[in-house]
Structures are given as structure tokens and as C-alpha cells.
Design a protein around this ligand. Structure first.
Ligand code: GLN
Length: 481
């Protein structure tokens, strides 16, 4: 069915690369044999999974939707892919995305004409940057998918396409084999149709990795507050004994009526199921976005400096006659690199790289100080978050995913200069960039409303937990589901 949907709904542009039918059929047969002999490798054996194109799948092209990586084949499987394959997952293909993960709407892939469309209504965006991963699951081209989240790229497309998603704690899933955008923010996260699927994928992928020094053992961390025991005591659907923080600072003037109503309804539902609501204040929330757009471009410009048209991917004609770098003078080489980067990077990547270069350049001390300030602010944001969780003894906080009643319409953004203005997109990350600044887990939970006012688009809300309490948060999501 997935393969059929991939081909019949090609116009969604959710995939950049699909595996060959023969290979897929062979793997399906092998999986079938395992089921027939009563020995499936796991609950995800044979499950069709789509992978964002910035995660390595061995021998498949991996471009992060950038022209600069055209033709680059992944020499290895990313650790998460290796673990999924080991449990029988069926990797169907690589999904389209905003170049290097920079964007919120799925319109900055390497082919400008191939905007990723929302399967619910193709006149609308599917969110971003993991737009293809969300569209693929919504269109049943895969049963689950992997995205990456720097400042909302898993949560937001899941919201637009009515899916569940998990942005895990920072360092919980290995990023070995992931093309990085912002090293101190990036995490890999699953999207699916149920919390059970999220749970299965997460538990298979998580855990220490010798190839990634950021990926640590969370066993001890998750015992700090001993929340796991609490969830074991609960009956199905019950939130008895669960304390939920209601964050004063999330209630901002710009929040639309739909989100506002939904938050109120959610509070009632949580109380009905036995949860206790606790008013909390996180005054530093408003600094998460300025922090994000200071540190992230700096890390991006540094991470992307390796793409010079020499080491990886597409090589450009060096001097019309020769395409080799050997025997060139320094100036010729620099000219070449400049030309390659000018031609191959898209507009959004250039914006981030140029901003990052300014911030990091030794010529601009004022800017350098801002990067240091951003890091100090992050430390304060984290301390505030943890101390509120500890002092108030709360299990989670609730939050909208994004301001706005539905995803933007493609025709309202493309060709409209004010909407193409990057600041419009930056503001979209107000709620989503927060859990990346704290490095803490967040789950998007879709809501099927019957209210006709908002048309066919579902909405969603987010629950956010304490650092390392990903399993606890997953269990709470299941109780709410
Ligand atoms: N929209 C944000 C950005 O462009 C988030 C992207 C992401 O999480 N990868 O940076």
C-alpha cells in the first residue's frame, strides 16, 4: 500500500528518492517469512518508514535537499537507521525537506518548484522543515517517519499534518550519520499516527553510541525524579497524581482564538482525568527565540563551512577545462569555492550563513559578544525550566505548537513579498524553539475537532517534560491520546 501511495501521490513532492521496488518487495517477503515462522524481529518488523534526507541510509543519495550535496551517497547507515533496520524496519525512501533543515514550510528544497504539499489539502503547506516526512505519513506512503528538529522541524509539520511526534531530550538519540544544522540544538525525532508507534521507534533508536559523544546513557538521569513509578500506578486514561504546569508566558496576545479555545478545553480534559493544574511562570520564555536566531546561524555557518564543492557531492567545472583542484593557486581555489557556494546554496541557507559569519567574525567584536550572551541566556533559560519543574513538582507543561488557526496557504506565501520576509517565518518558531533551547522532550498531540469553523485541518497541542523523562512523557501522552 505504501508503494502504491508513493507513486499515486507523487505530486505531493514528499520524497526525493524512493528505494527500488525489487529491493522493497524482497524485504517485505523476508519480513513475511519471519512472521510466518512466528519470529518477527520486533513490533516494527516490516513497518514502512520514511527518512528525512539529512539522515544517512547506506548507499542512498543523501543531499539534505541541497544542490551542494547532489550525487553524494551515504557511505554508512546512521546509528538510528542501523538500529531500525536491525529490528526489521522497511526503509522506503528519503523525504524532501527545507535545505539543511532551514525553514518552516517545506518551500526551500533544492527544486523550488517542488514545494511539499499538505495531503489534507494540497493548496496548503505541510509545515517544515521535515515537511516530506510528515506528508508521507499523512498520505500513507509510510506508517511512520523520522525527521530532525532544531527549532520545531518535527513538531510543526506533525501539527500541520495531524500526526503525533516526539522531539526527544538532547543527546538521547545518536546523531552519528546525521547532516547537522545546529549542533547544540539538533535532535532526530519520530512522527507517527499513534503514541504506541512513537514509543516503539524511540525505544529501538535511543541509547548510548560510541560514535557520538553527545549521546549519553540516560538511565541514571531518568531516575533523578523517579517519575517512571508514578505512571506505572495509573489506570488507562487516568492522570491521577499528575501535576501539569500552565505557563503564564505562553498566553501571548498574538495567540489565535482556535489555539486559545483548545488550551481551555485541554485544561478541562486534564482535570476530568484527574490531573492537577498548577500555574507557573517562566519569564525567560521570551528570550528563547532571540537566543535561537543568534546561536543557530552561528553554528550553521560553522557546520556548513565544510561544503566547498571539493570534498563532498557535486563538483563544479573548475576552470571549464579542468575539474580538479590540484595544482591551483590559493586565489583560484577561493574563487572556485565562492562560486560553488554562491551557485549551490539556496536563499535561506545563504541568509543563515551570512548572518552566522557576521556573528562569528573576529572583525566584529560586538557581534561576537552577542553569541556569548546567547549562550549565557540559554543557561539561564535551562535553569529556570528545571527549577520550576523541581520546585512545583510538575510532570509536564502544556503549550500551543504554533500561532495560527491552520497551516499557511501556498499561494498566500509564494510570490507575496511581505510573507516571504524571513522575519515572518522566524516568528513561527515562538513555541517550538523553546524545547530546543532547553534540550528537553516535547510531544505533539493532534486533536480531531468537530468544529466546522476551521475547515478540514486538525490542530494539536504540545506537552513538554523534564530533561531525560522521555518515557514518562510518552506514557502521559498515551493517557491523553
Ligand atoms: N524554522 C526553524 C529554522 O528555520 C526550525 C528548523 C528546524 O527545526 N530544523 O531554523
Amino acid at each position: 500500500k505504501s508503494l502504491h501511495q508513493i507513486h499515486s501521490r507523487e505530486n505531493l513532492n514528499s520524497f526525493v528518492n524512493v528505494r527500488s521496488q525489487e529491493e522493497l518487495y524482497r524485504e517485505v517477503e523476508q519480513s513475511q517469512e519471519r512472521y510466518d515462522s512466528g519470529k518477527p524481529l520486533s513490533s516494527i518488523d516490516g513497518l514502512p518508514i520514511a527518512i528525512k534526507d539529512n539522515i544517512f541510509v547506506k548507499d542512498m543519495e543523501c543531499t539534505a535537499s541541497s544542490n551542494i550535496l547532489k550525487g553524494f551517497r551515504a557511505p554508512i547507515d546512521a546509528t538510528v537507521i542501523k538500529r531500525l533496520k536491525g529490528k526489521g524496519a522497511l526503509i522506503v525512501g528519503k523525504t524532501n525537506m527545507d535545505e539543511f533543515g532551514m525553514g518552516s514550510l517545506g518551500m526551500y528544497g533544492y527544486d523550488e518548484k517542488k514545494i511539499i504539499k499538505n495531503p489534507i489539502n494540497q493548496e496548503y503547506f505541510a509545515g517544515g522543515s521535515s515537511a516530506g516526512s510528515a506528508a508521507a505519513v499523512r498520505a500513507e506512503q509510510a506508517l511512520a517517519s523520522l525527521g530532525t528538529d532544531t527549532g520545531g522541524s518535527v513538531s510543526y509539520p506533525a501539527h500541520c499534518c495531524g500526526l503525533y511526534s516526539l522531539k526527544p531530550s538532547y543527546g538521547r538519540l545518536s546523531r552519528f550519520g546525521q547532516i547537522l544544522y545546529s549542533s547544540s540544538n539538533d535532535v532526530i525525532g519520530p512522527m507517527a499516527r499513534t503514541t504506541d508507534d512513537l514509543h516503539s521507534l524511540f525505544s529501538i533508536m535511543e541509547g548510548e553510541d560510541v560514535n557520538d559523544s553527545n549521546c549519553i546513557n540516560f538511565q541514571t538521569i531518568s531516575k533523578i525524579r523517579n517519575r517512571e513509578r508514578l505512571s506505572d500506578r495509573q489506570g488507562e486514561g487516568s492522570l491521577k497524581g499528575v501535576r501539569v504546569g500552565i505557563v503564564q508566558e505562553f498566553d501571548i496576545e498574538e495567540l489565535d482564538a482556535r489555539n486559545r479555545d483548545m488550551q481551555e478545553e485541554l485544561k478541562r480534559l486534564l482535570q476530568d482525568r484527574g490531573a492537577e493544574l498548577v500555574d507557573v511562570s517562566l519569564p525567560l520564555v521570551k528570550y528563547a527565540l532571540p537566543f535561537y536566531f543568534t546561536l543557530v546561524p552561528s553554528e550553521a555557518s560553522s557546520n556548513l563551512s565544510r561544503y566547498d564543492g571539493l570534498k563532498y557531492g557535486h563538483q563544479f567545472d573548475f576552470n571549464a577545462s579542468q575539474s580538479s583542484a590540484q595544482g591551483k593557486t590559493k586565489t583560484e581555489l577561493f574563487d572556485y569555492i565562492e562560486r560553488v557556494r554562491s551557485e549551490a546554496f539556496g536563499i535561506n541557507v545563504k541568509r543563515r550563513v551570512i548572518l552566522g559569519n557576521f556573528l562569528l567574525s573576529s572583525r566584529f567584536e560586538d557581534f561576537n559578544e552577542k553569541v556569548i550572551d546567547a549562550q549565557k541566556i540559554r543557561r539561564l533559560i535551562i535553569e529556570e525550566y528545571c527549577s520550576v519543574f523541581e520546585k512545583e513538582n510538575i510532570d509536564m507543561i502544556i503549550s500551543p505548537v504554533v500561532i495560527g488557526e491552520r497551516p499557511p496557504k501556498i499561494s498566500e506565501v509564494i510570490g507575496q513579498s511581505d510573507k516571504k520576509n524571513p522575519v515572518y517565518e522566524y516568528k513561527m518558531d515562538y513555541y517550538t524553539a523553546y524545547p530546543n533551547s532547553t534540550g528537553t522532550p516535547a510531544i505533539t498531540i493532534p486533536v480531531q475537532e468537530t468544529d466546522q469553523r476551521y475547515g478540514e485541518f486538525p490542530t494539536s497541542f504540545k506537552i513538554q517534560g523534564y530533561f531525560g523523562e522521555d518515557y514518562h512523557l510518552l506514557r502521559l501522552a498515551k493517557q491523553i491520546e
